[in-house]
Design a protein around this ligand. Structure first.
Ligand code: GRF
Length: 199
C-alpha cells in the first residue's frame, strides 16, 4: 500500500464534513489520512470532535489580524503537520492570493450547490426561489475566485414539494458527507499516479 496522502482540514464551525473525512480515513484502504484540523474560531464545535479522535488541532482567531498574516500563520501550521493537501470544510474565510497560490492544485472545497450555480451564501434559498428541481453539492479545486475552480464531483439532490432551505440543506448535507471523501480519495490517488509517472 503506497503512503497515504496527508490532509489538513480547515473548519469554522460544526465540522460535520470534517467528521465525514475523519471517519472515511479510518478505512484501511483509504488513500488519505487527516494530519491536522485547523480553525479560525477556537470555539468551533468540530475541534472537540477532532481532538477526541486523536487528531492534531490548531485554532487561532483571525480577529485583529490582516488576512495575509492570518493565512501565513495557518499555512505554517499546515506545513508543520506535514500535510500534502488542504480540504476546506465549512471554512468561512476568504483566502489571500498568496495562500491560494501556495496550495495550487492541492486545495479542495465543498460547496452546497450545483456549481456554477449559486456561489457564495444562501444557496438553498436561491435554488428554491428559482424553482429548481434539484439542489446539490460540489467539490472543486480552490482558485483565487470564490467557489470557482474546476469541479471534481457533484451530487444532485431532488427538491421535494414543501422543502424549506433548512430541510433541503439537511438532505444536501447527507450527500456532501459522501461526496467529499470519495472525491478527495479519487483526487489524491490520481495526483499520486500523475506524480509517479512524471518522476
Ligand atoms: C456545508 O454545507 C458546506 O458545504 C459549506 O458549509 C457547510 C459546513 O458544514 N461550505 P459543516 O461544518 O461541514 O457541518
Amino acid at each position: 500500500m503506497p503512503e497515504k496522502a496527508r490532509v489538513a482540514v480547515l473548519i469554522s464551525g460544526r465540522g460535520s464534513n470534517m467528521a465525514a473525512l475523519v471517519y472515511a480515513a479510518k478505512r484501511p484502504d483509504c488513500p488519505f489520512e487527516i494530519a491536522l484540523v485547523a480553525s479560525n474560531d477556537p470555539d468551533a464545535a468540530g475541534l472537540e470532535l477532532a481532538r477526541a479522535e486523536g487528531i492534531a488541532t490548531f485554532a487561532h482567531s483571525h480577529k485583529g489580524m490582516k488576512r495575509a498574516e492570518f493565512d501565513a500563520l495557518i499555512d505554517a501550521e499546515i506545513r508543520k503537520a506535514g500535510a500534502d493537501y488542504v480540504a476546506l470544510a465549512g471554512y468561512m474565510r476568504l483566502l489571500s492570493p498568496e495562500f491560494v497560490g501556495r496550495w495550487k492544485g492541492r486545495m479542495l472545497n465543498i460547496h452546497p450547490s450545483l456549481l456554477p450555480k449559486y456561489k457564495g451564501l444562501h444557496t438553498h434559498e436561491r435554488a428554491l426561489e428559482a424553482g429548481d428541481s434539484h439542489g446539490g453539492c460540489s467539490v472543486h479545486i480552490v482558485t483565487a475566485e470564490l467557489d470557482d475552480g474546476p469541479v471534481l464531483g457533484q451530487t444532485q439532490v431532488a427538491i421535494l414539494p414543501g422543502d424549506t432551505a433548512d430541510s433541503l440543506a439537511a438532505r444536501v448535507l447527507i450527500a456532501e458527507h459522501q461526496l467529499y471523501s470519495r472525491t478527495l480519495a479519487d483526487y489524491v490517488t490520481r495526483t499520486a499516479v500523475k506524480e509517479a509517472a512524471s518522476g
